[in-house]
Design a binder for this molecule. Structure first.
Ligand SMILES: [Zn+2]
Length: 380
């Protein structure tokens, strides 16, 4: 199936709307934060919570939940439009409003639990109330950012390991793939890449989207091959094999290990900058110290800005590793037509732009655009 020019026109439109919404979201978030600080809502919320409890852990949790709910509530119309209305208009979503809302509720609960845990641990380091080296008690929190970085790195590894068994099943149904021939072929491919996998599964993506995807999920004992049913039903075995070969390319190139190293460096840099930023703004705004709950939005702001600045860098790194995984897929399957067929179907099905503007690619693309991937495969 060659590239459909009509779908490409739609893809361009869809991408343009998405980029505008992304920019709008950023500007509005910035304005909302400024508004909160200017009106002193962050200080007011702290005072209300401290009038209810003097338990530092409970106060931190309440502050986090109220701030999160207020933000999500304020930005709900934007999320609704971007997550449901727009994909429906372009025929990408198969979800009812009700099912979408259930997913939002599940996601929110998960954010409260996991985010709450992270915030509690970070604030305990900020307060310096654990007897750890480099931490000074009483709120000075000398080396808090080192401890916070170490915790976040560990947390992300544990989460990557557990997500396939604990988190993804909350949102998607998984079934072992019953196509014996394909299972055999994909398992053989994994063995050639010296990757131990615990089974081949299909994931019921079609309950939510018309888009196709496949992945190698999990680490160690939880690693498994997962094919979207939207991929399995519409792609030839040859095409599916090249898609999985790309995923295995990441394994062969140790991309999980390298990714962890890069991510750890970024985490350390992010927390260090957050420390400098917090100390500076807290003194400037006259808050009680870096562990002052009123400074919680500032901590969020520091990470938001850091994430935005580093996004083009991490995306460039990711595009490089993705291109290498494509090379591996082409070399190991020796099946350029299968790869090209898969890419063309993905572009049509997922409304992916073949050739985005260079600045869009630079800022937002974590994979090379499909146009480039096709050129690399066909050598043109
Ligand atoms: Zn990849």
């Amino acid at each position: 199936m060659p590239i459909d020019p009509e779908r490409q026109k739609q893809a361009k439109e869809y991408a343009r709307i998405h980029h505008r919404l992304f920019a709008l979201n950023l500007v509005l978030t910035g304005l909302a934060l400024l508004g909160v600080l200017a009106l002193g809502l962050n200080v007011w919320l702290k005072q209300v919570i401290l009038s209810l409890t003097h338990d530092a852990w409970l106060a931190t949790f309440l502050y986090f939940v109220v701030a999160l709910v207020a933000y999500e509530g304020l930005f709900f119309p934007l999320a609704y439009y971007r997550g449901l209305v727009l994909p429906h208009r372009y025929g990408l979503s198969t979800q009812t409003q009700r099912a979408w809302l259930v997913d939002v509720a599940k996601g929110g609960t998960l954010t409260i639990i996991l985010g709450g845990l992270v915030v509690e641990v970070i604030y305990s380091f900020l307060r310096g109330d654990l007897p750890l080296p480099l931490l000074s008690a009483g709120g000075a929190g000398g080396g808090w950012w080192l401890w916070a970085s170490a915790f976040m790195i560990l947390f992300s590894v544990v989460l990557a390991n557990l997500a396939p068994v604990l988190i993804f099943p909350l949102f998607f149904k998984f079934k072992p793939l019953e196509d014996a021939e394909l299972v055999h072929r994909l398992t053989a491919l994994a063995e050639r890449a010296r990757t131990r996998v615990r089974g081949v599964y299909t994931m019921m993506l079609s309950e939510k989207t018309t888009a196709a995807n496949a992945a190698l999920m999990g680490l160690g004992n939880t690693r498994r091959i997962v094919l979207g049913d939207t991929l399995y039903q519409n792609y030839t075995h040859d095409e599916i094999e090249t898609v999985l070969a790309h995923e295995l390319g990441h394994h062969v190139h140790h991309d999980i290990g390298w990714g962890l190293i890069v991510q750890s460096g970024l985490t350390l840099a992010g927390f260090y900058i957050a420390d400098v930023f917090l100390k500076w703004t807290v003194a400037w705004l006259g808050y009680e110290g870096i562990a002052d709950l009123a400074a919680f939005p500032l901590l969020g702001l520091a990470f938001g800005i850091f994430g935005l600045i580093t996004m083009p860098l991490t995306n460039a790194y990711s595009r490089w590793r993705e291109a290498l995984a494509d090379d591996y897929a082409l070399a190991t399957t020796r099946n350029a037509p299968g790869f090209v067929g898969a890419m063309e179907k993905l572009a049509n099905q997922n409304l992916a732009e073949l050739e985005p503007e260079p600045w869009v690619e630079f800022l937002l693309y974590d994979h090379p655009p499909i146009g480039k991937r096709l050129k690399r495969a066909t050598g043109i």
